[in-house]
Design a protein around this ligand. Structure first.
Ligand code: 5GP
Length: 182
């Protein structure tokens, strides 16, 4: 399978640093809880966290979507829309009531997953809740949701690398690459 680089590691590093600067400015003198969505956001979170110059703690949340997910080849070919019915596979370790929470996600696609997570976290009454998405595919959106911090807006391509997988592979690629749909 031939992978084509869409966003290089240098571009990612520069953009993540800029997002870190924004977050630092927005939460000056405060502290934040960075909540990473497993597993795709793990690498973005670890790089972003090191660019945030305010007190920060980490937590992680795991989700899996109901509905029959197609095999990876079909998902690549036709995309896949989760039903929006999301199940938590790992909950936060700590309460977030009255905390400044930044939900950190790899990619905002249809918006179903983040809409569910946003509502789930808002029910716990954080002081503030913001969304950070490394990538945004606005052309696929089904729910009216946008990120407060967006790395890159990308076309409707299937991407891997920098945390994003294809059948659990390629998460460790340093660049964000397109898997051609043929
Ligand atoms: P949605 O916004 O549609 O609810 O789902 C977002 C999730 O779909 C992401 O967290 C990611 O797991 C998956 N996803 C969407 N687009 C892509 C893509 O281009 N590549 C990969 N690897 N995963 C994607």
């Amino acid at each position: 399978m031939e992978l084509k680089i869409l966003i290089s590691r240098q571009e990612i590093a520069e953009r993540v640093a800029a997002l870190g600067t924004e977050i630092t400015r927005d939460f000056a003198q405060e502290s934040v809880v960075l909540v990473g969505v497993l597993k795709g956001a793990a690498i973005f979170l670890s790089d972003l966290a090191r660019q945030v110059q305010v007190n920060a703690t980490f937590d992680f949340i795991g989700v899996s979507s109901y509905g029959a997910r197609p095999n990876p080849a079909e998902e690549l070919q036709h995309g896949w829309d989760s039903t929006g019915e999301v199940r938590l596979t790992k909950d936060l370790d700590q309460p977030i009531a009255d905390k400044n929470v930044i939900l950190v996600e790899d990619i905002l696609d249809t918006g179903l997953t983040l809409t569910y997570l946003k509502n789930n976290l808002l029910a716990r009454k954080p002081r503030t809740l913001r969304l950070a998405a490394l990538l945004d595919k606005p052309s696929r959106r089904k729910m009216p949701i946008r990120a407060d911090y967006t790395g890159f807006t990308i076309p409707d391509e299937f991407v891997v690398g920098y945390g994003l997988d294809y059948a659990e592979l390629y998460r460790n690629l340093p660049d964000i690459c397109i898997i051609p749909r043929e």
